[in-house]
Design a protein around this ligand. Structure first.
Ligand code: 5AD
Length: 338
């Protein structure tokens, strides 16, 4: 039913790569027209009980000052001062159940009552009870990456629990009413093309509505700090292949693309089939300590997000991502009449 990609496409460059990306962009336009979902992320806590080797917020990183955002400050920001183009909010944190209870759930309840924003969360593997409280509060999209489809590599990276468990959480979320987005890191040290391909195949087998491919960035203060990172092109090819695998998936242009390829990584993502952009609204003093990779973050603010859309001939969607997930055909028919 779906077009499963093959290995040689991962390494496409030059004309062959352009063709692959153009095909992916055309498939995106068929479903979404030239509209791209615009979401804002707020990073509500950088405490983390996990120890992933690739991530700067791992618990063993003692050099990091930890924070939890104040509920009132974020509520005020999102209700009264959010940029007009934002239709969805993503609340993100390290794996920190305290922040889920004390910040995320009250914020979601408040935003559900006061706004029509679509509400996504990226909060890690939690107890089933917390998932259902988040859903009952009014969130509808859960982002839980499987990181790598290779169980041994997953363990080597000390990613949360083990791969089987992570996949069980993804399936549980989907079975209990969440719209689930997952994803993987492209270019982890030692990753072969065969393993990379397995990420694409695993994504196709999971009950997902969105999938991301993120380029590996060697994070400061992590065991992988000195590893080679040169995965920009492969990541872009993975994004294009994901799009061609299932054209209705929502595929983000992740901010790490700008670190992997300074200058135009993000725009290239939008030309290779991405249809979701994220601007960062985390208050400035907190943001500097939310370090997935390194301190010199490339912050996508509203200006940069809208510029990257304009640069690629795309427009912000007025329909929310959460709304599309609930009624995907509405968007498809909009594209047909656009
Ligand atoms: N390189 C690429 N992606 C990373 N992530 C964390 N650290 C890195 C890194 N060094 C991604 C993981 C995680 C998400 C929040 O960020 O996929 O799930």
């Amino acid at each position: 039913m779906w077009n499963l990609p093959t290995g040689d496409q991962l390494s496409a460059r030059d004309a062959e790569q352009n063709l692959l990306h153009e095909r992916a962009a055309a498939a995106t336009r068929e479903v979404f027209g030239n509209r791209v979902f615009v979401r804002a992320v707020v990073e509500i806590s950088n405490y983390c009980r996990e120890n992933c080797h690739y991530c700067g917020m791992r618990r063993d990183n003692r050099a990091l000052e930890r924070y939890r955002a104040r509920f009132e400050e974020i509520a005020e920001l999102l209700i009264h001062h959010r940029p007009e183009s934002v239709t969805d909010i993503n609340l993100q944190a390290g794996e920190d159940p305290i922040a889920v209870r004390e910040i995320a759930i009250p914020l979601i309840r408040t935003l559900r009552r006061e706004t029509r924003l679509g509400l996504s969360v990226c909060l890690g593997t939690l107890d089933h009870q917390l998932y259902s409280e988040l859903l009952a509060a009014g969130a509808s999209v859960y982002i839980l990456k499987f990181e790598t489809a290779d169980a041994a590599a997953y363990n080597r990276c000390e990613a949360p629990g083990n791969l089987e468990e992570r996949l069980r959480h993804i399936r549980h979320l989907a079975a209990t009413g969440w719209n689930v987005s997952s994803g993987f890191i492209c270019g982890l040290p030692g990753q072969t093309d065969e393993q990379l391909l397995e990420n694409l195949h695993l994504a196709a087998r999971l009950p997902l509505q969105g999938v991301s491919a993120s380029p590996f960035i060697a994070g400061e203060q992590t065991p992988l700090a000195d590893a080679v990172c040169d995965a920009a092109d492969k990541t872009l090819n993975c994004m294009a292949l994901l799009r061609l695998t299932k054209p209705s998936w929502v595929i983000p242009a992740v901010s790490a693309l700008n670190l992997a390829q300074p200058g135009d990584g993000y725009a290239r993502g939008l030309r290779a089939g991405a249809n979701l952009v994220t601007m960062n609204l985390t208050p400035r003093p907190l943001r500097q300590n939310y370090v997935l990779y390194k301190r010199g973050r490339f912050i996508m603010d509203e200006g940069r997000v809208l510029d990257s859309l304009a640069q690629t001939g795309l427009e912000p969607s007025t329909q929310s991502l959460a709304g599309y997930y609930q009624a995907p055909t509405a968007c498809a028919s909009l594209a047909l009449t656009a």
